[in-house]
Design a protein around this ligand. Structure first.
Ligand SMILES: NC(=O)c1ccc[n+]([C@@H]2O[C@H](COP(=O)([O-])OP(=O)(O)OC[C@H]3O[C@@H](n4cnc5c(N)ncnc54)[C@H](OP(=O)(O)O)[C@@H]3O)[C@@H](O)[C@H]2O)c1
Length: 297
């Protein structure tokens, strides 16, 4: 397929991995005419079987529609596709909806390249699984100029009816999505570490799960309290001081060491507590560790 005229009713998707395929499928289900390109042809063929229009080259996907969603592994991959297929000159009058996960440098360099070549840009991050797209569990974090976000409203709304605009600062989706990842990764790695300690210490994992479920409501309330304390500058008030937390983590280290489980995660956490101690935060709330993580403030 070559040099098709752009249509305003359709949308193109470049990159058909787990997420790009989920995006394309959701848009087809919501009634869009979807043109797709992917490096491996088999994924194009699978989408064509679901009603998409297959493109032989990425430039065909760019030419097929004014609005083009990009969702590949990372920006290095997308930049390579741009170079190898000479796509830059085809950005003119195109609106690129970039949903690839990227760094701040990636995002900024890409924005320059799109704008220098006459294109418009929506920068986004996806905070859900492909199966959540088009449902209440979908979570798209987006930034861009208001009129560009507006013109993409129907496409974005099909993927996430309550999509969030973070304003014009294109760094914000990366910053917010990675910050949320920090919370998730920390909590889930801690949980797996706990399961390892239970397994090594002979505590049945069903028992671990039962008591872990009991801590979930405490965790939710604690997360809210910590963020509010940091926001409001109330990081001294506490029911449990940083010193108490540090001693608790030290006891955890001793138990784990006796059982022979790996100490990498706990040692890293202990180092954060030690830095809090060096900064004189021993009697402060856990939220005061924000100044260890962000010493520039
Ligand atoms: N999956 C999720 O749950 C999820 C959730 C949130 C955000 N995301 C983000 O969505 C983006 C895509 O993730 P994914 O899960 O769809 O990844 P994936 O399943 O690994 O798919 C990667 C995509 O990138 C393409 N690609 C990789 N290397 C390439 C190259 N050298 N040249 C051309 N194309 C290349 C792949 O093409 P081939 O098929 O030819 O290999 C495929 O289309 C990532 O930035 C990820 O962080 C994913």
């Amino acid at each position: 397929m070559n040099n098709q005229q752009a249509t305003s009713s359709g949308v193109s998707v470049i990159g058909l991995g787990a997420m790009g395929s989920g995006i394309a499928r959701t848009l087809i289900e919501k009634g869009f005419t979807v043109s797709v390109w992917n490096r491996s042809r088999s994924k194009v063929d699978a989408l064509v079987a679901s009603g998409a229009i297959g493109c032989d080259e990425p430039v065909d996907a760019l030419n097929a529609n004014t609005h083009v969603i990009v969702c590949v592994s990372d920006y290095a991959v997308w930049n390579r596709i741009i170079q190898e297929h000479n796509l830059a000159s085809h950005f003119q009058d195109r609106c690129i909806i970039q949903l690839t996960t990227g760094t701040i440098d990636d995002v900024q360099n890409h924005a320059l390249s799109i704008h220098d070549n006459g294109g418009r840009l929506v920068e986004g991050a996806i905070m859900c699984y492909p199966r959540n797209l088009g449902t209440d569990e979908a979570a798209l974090l987006l930034s861009g100029e208001p009129d560009v976000l507006d013109e993409c409203g129907a496409i974005l709304g099909a993927l996430d009816a309550k999509w969030t605009s973070l304003g014009e600062d294109i760094n914000q989706p990366s910053v917010l999505s990675r910050s949320l990842m920090s919370g998730l990764t920390g909590a889930l790695m801690g949980l797996v570490n706990g399961a390892a300690i239970c397994r090594a210490g002979g505590v049945p994992l069903d028992v671990f799960m039962k008591f872990n479920e009991g801590t979930n409501s405490i965790l939710l309330a604690e997360q809210k309290r910590l963020i509010e304390a940091i926001r409001d500058g109330r990081t001294e008030e506490n029911e449990a001081s940083i010193k108490a937390w540090r001693e608790g983590n030290q006891a955890l280290n001793s138990v784990a060491a006796s059982l022979g489980t790996d100490l990498t995660l706990q040692n890293a956490i202990q180092e954060v507590f030690q830095e809090g101690h060096r900064k004189g935060l021993d009697e402060h709330d856990l939220s005061a560790l924000v100044d260890v993580f962000d010493p520039g403030q």
